[in-house]
Design a protein. Structure first.
Length: 74
């Protein structure tokens, strides 16, 4: 991508959409900081002929107002 310029192609609506996406990807419940309290980390990987990816997550548990516990990997 070196030498590639978006000048003349990148408009105000693109910036607006990018900023909305950035907020959505960095706000709860999507992103949480790591807990260093002994909670184990989970490594998840995936791959195909086009590439591979890895993800380091932890299980976070939330107690709902009705008392039910919901556990998710973040």
């Amino acid at each position: 991508m070196k030498g590639y310029s978006l000048e003349g192609l990148w408009m105000r609506e693109h910036t607006h959409a990018f900023l909305k996406l950035k907020i959505a990807l960095t706000c709860e419940p999507v992103l949480k900081g790591p807990k260093f309290d002994g909670t184990p980390f989970v490594v998840t990987t995936d791959g195909c002929k086009h590439g591979f990816a890895g993800m380091l997550t932890q299980r976070h548990t939330t107690v709902l107002p009705n008392g039910k516990e919901v556990s998710r990997l973040h």
